[in-house]
Design a protein around this ligand. Structure first.
Ligand code: DGY
Length: 414
């Protein structure tokens, strides 16, 4: 166990090193700002040894909330020329300089877990944060639903930037007017681990469109070629709604609207079931076409409180077949690439969300197995951003906040 204790110390060090005072960067260099869902996971990590600091992390995130309720995916607290696209490209006007899109809304779920670490101390903090979280949730319900499933308007919103889920939609996009720009990500890490220029041209084209439309959701709904109902956004929003109901009830709030949201989102999650694939899939809202992708996000059903026996069978099989599960893409898919970001690599963060869901739904054996496998991966290969699912070798950025937080809050506890 000495080994584990030292890893726990190292994990704390990663969080402390990436701490910029009131927010945490995902990793120095590659991601020098506050990212929305990374930050929520950082809060859970801090809560294992410093609950006060965990609350500050969440409170800082919600200081960036726009007047309409949106909570941006990046808060540019302090300009850093080492990142592209920075605040001048996004052209957003929020209380804190920011991007114009969101990320998977796991903040409510992480806040719920942080609160449980010290309910008495956390009560006034939660009472202040709760209405802000509900406001963000209502924003998502207002602007992003399609048949009850939650849509993404940019691959970056899902966190799964270059997942094959978006390939068909991206192929229909015209990115020829993107103009000249200089990527900074590939100056920090291996270009083979990152999305391609083809992908980046489309990411930036969508940012340019959002900016032209002044990030107006109604205009984006009408004019953007990119609108995909996806398992990441849908399952995390459904889970958030359930947690908001629980937190609201504990605070004595009326939760009727949220309960209705849960029902709507449950119906929406069912619309992501692709019978032919035998899994939860993404579907392009404009074309109605399935992506045909079994990703690690497909296994977030339990996190959302959605039981599915076929997915459980698939999970058991992938955990046997792959040395370091859960891969972000089906290893048998033509698009599988063991090192390229979300086209194959294993992400400890997604494993934790899957594992928390499995445990909640009574699948203790699978939950423990996944936590053990993730712990083994981190012990062998460190706090990397993501990992090759066959060899376990580290990929992307190092000293990564959320991988360290996953160790502290989940994997290192088995
Ligand atoms: C990036 O810059 O690679 C990020 O994933 C955008 O959120």
């Amino acid at each position: 166990m000495t080994h584990d204790i030292s890893l726990t110390e190292q994990a704390r060090d990663v969080l402390i090193t990436n701490d910029r005072g009131s927010y945490t960067v995902p990793t120095a260099g590659l991601y020098p700002y506050q990212w929305n869902w990374d930050s929520a996971v950082a809060a859970l990590g801090f809560a294992q040894f410093d609950v006060e600091r965990a609350w500050v992390e969440l409170e800082t995130l919600f200081q960036g909330q726009w007047a309409d309720g949106m909570v941006p995916h990046i808060l540019f607290h302090k300009n850093d020329p080492g990142y592209f696209p920075g605040p001048e490209v996004w052209g957003c006007e929020g209380p804190i300089s920011s991007s114009g899109i969101i990320q998977p809304p796991i903040a409510a779920t992480m806040a719920h877990l942080v609160w449980q670490r010290d309910p008495e101390m956390g009560r006034p903090r939660m009472a202040a944060l709760y209405p802000k979280m509900v406001k963000w949730h209502s924003w998502i319900m207002r602007w992003r639903l399609h048949r009850g499933a939650v849509c993404t308007t940019h691959p970056w919103e899902t966190g799964r930037d270059n997942a094959p889920d978006w390939d068909k939609t991206m192929a229909r996009m015209d990115a020829s007017d993107v103009g000249e720009y200089t990527r900074r990500d590939t100056s920090h890490v291996n270009a083979e681990d990152r999305p391609t220029k083809y992908d980046y041209d489309r990411y930036i084209t969508l940012v340019q469109l959002g900016r032209r439309l002044n990030w107006d959701q109604a205009a984006m709904l009408a004019q953007s070629p990119f609108r995909v109902a996806d398992p990441t956004m849908t399952f995390t929003t459904l889970r958030a709604a359930r947690d908001l109901v629980k937190m609201g009830a504990a605070l004595g709030e009326d939760t009727q609207t949220l309960e209705a949201d849960v029902a709507r989102l449950e119906a929406g999650a069912a619309t992501l079931w692709n019978e032919e694939l035998g899994g939860f899939d993404s579907r392009d809202v404009h074309s109605g076409e399935w992506a045909g992708c079994l990703s690690n996000a497909s296994y977030l059903c339990w996190f959302a409180g959605v039981e599915n026996r076929a997915m459980l069978t698939k999970l058991r099989s992938i955990m046997e077949r792959v040395a370091y599960p859960v891969p972000s893409n089906d290893p048998d898919a033509e698009t599988f690439d063991a090192r390229r970001y979300w086209r194959g690599p294993t992400w400890a963060i997604v494993n934790m969300l899957i594992g928390l869901g499995l445990a909640d739904m009574g699948h203790e054996e699978e939950a423990t197995d996944l936590a053990k496998k993730t712990a083994h991966l981190i012990k062998e290969h460190g706090f990397a951003e993501y990992f090759d699912p066959a060899t376990g070798s580290a990929a992307g950025g190092g000293s990564f906040t959320w991988t360290a937080a996953v160790w502290l809050a989940w994997a290192g506890k088995v």
